[in-house]
Design a protein. Structure first.
Length: 93
């Protein structure tokens, strides 16, 4: 979200024809916004939640991959010794 705001602000500043005065005003407003303790706290919380969600997604993906590998149709168990047997790949032309 912050990246979108930064991009929009940069685009506006570069495209504005209001001159240096407007540019300075925008810069002051941006610094005031980013220095606001509430904004900083909210951004830090969002960053932490995004990190937690990424870790959970990684764990869920790893679990799902493991379960899918166990159910793979080419994977067979040799009943006599309990070892996993994976047939060799066949090359088709």
């Amino acid at each position: 979200m912050k990246g979108i705001l930064v991009g929009a602000a940069i685009g506006y500043v570069l495209g504005a024809k209001a001159g240096r005065e407007r540019y300075d005003q925008i810069v002051r407003l941006w610094h005031r916004f980013t220095a606001n303790p509430t904004v900083r706290k909210t951004a830090a919380q969002a960053k932490d939640k995004a990190f937690e969600a990424a870790v959970q997604a990684k764990d869920l993906a790893a679990d799902a991959a493991g379960k899918a590998a166990e159910k793979a149709p080419w994977k067979h168990h040799d009943e006599s010794n309990g070892k996993v047997f994976v047939p060799p790949a066949t090359h088709q032309k």
